[in-house]
Design a protein around this ligand. Structure first.
Ligand code: ADP
Length: 227
């Protein structure tokens, strides 16, 4: 069997260590995500979802434990190597889209590809394909301010997948949208993830959305437990 795309073992994390306001957020997290598997991470606000996703995506380091991406153990690796792996292999989606306001939808998806060394015409073609997949190709020339909240998030999904990562980490990707829009936009995200065979960890407190994923886990008092 191939290595899991994401493998976390014994991850612990505390903030303000040694200070009176020390807070231990993660108390020994083990998680394996297989190729093509989509895992729902369910937890109330403040439980440590963002902390866990940032550690899994190499934006932060744990106090103890190991993070492996595609079988490659990142423990003790240089910042340069971690940054390279993160840029090549990991896509992030946040609750807010973080699109660049002065660029069009298409350009927002093209720019990360150019930074990755992709030729402009290829990057534009891929951006157009992605926008078509999420159903908003006709919005390609609009700037974020001229898009609805759901459309902005669809563009953010495309941007996160522009460089074909193997792992997607999403932190409440539809948490900002009204329930009806959230349902549709989440459907678009799932179609995109399924069509690329990508692995994903998607944090949500919406149990209906969580039920549409392959597996559900809950972050509870610093531990992962089945839902
Ligand atoms: P969630 O994403 O589930 O809302 P977070 O991972 O953002 O939770 O935060 C978990 C806990 O850790 C919260 O109590 C939060 O206040 C605390 N925390 C998060 N980041 C920091 C930080 N940089 N410094 C101190 N405490 C933090």
């Amino acid at each position: 069997m191939s290595d899991p795309v994401l493998h976390l073992t014994g991850i612990t994390k505390a903030y303000n260590k040694g200070a009176p306001n020390e807070v231990t957020v993660l108390r020994g997290i083990d998680l394996s995500v297989a190729k093509g598997e989509v895992v729902a991470l369910v937890a109330p606000s403040g439980a440590g979802k963002s902390t866990l996703l940032h550690i899994a995506g190499l934006l932060d380091t744990p106090d103890a434990g190991r993070v492996a991406i595609g079988g490659d153990d990142m423990t003790g690796q240089s910042d340069r190597k971690r940054t390279r792996v993160r840029r090549a292999d990991v896509g992030f989606i946040y609750q807010f889209h973080h699109l660049l306001p002065e660029f069009t939808a298409l350009e927002n998806i093209v720019l990360p590809q150019l930074a990755h060394g992709v030729a402009k015409s290829d990057a534009e073609q891929r951006a157009t394909e992605l926008l078509t997949q999420v159903g908003i190709a006709e919005r390609a020339d609009h700037r974020p301010a001229a898009l609805s909240g759901g459309e902005q998030q669809r563009v953010a999904f495309c941007r996160s997948l522009a460089n074909q990562p193997r792992l997607l980490l999403a932190d409440e990707p539809t948490g900002n949208l009204d329930p009806g829009t959230s349902d549709q936009v989440f459907g678009a995200l799932m179609d995109l993830v399924r069509s690329t065979g990508l692995s994903a960890v998607i944090a949500t407190h919406n149990l209906e959305l969580a039920a549409r994923m392959d597996r559900q886990i809950r972050l509870d008092a610093g531990h992962l437990v089945p839902v």
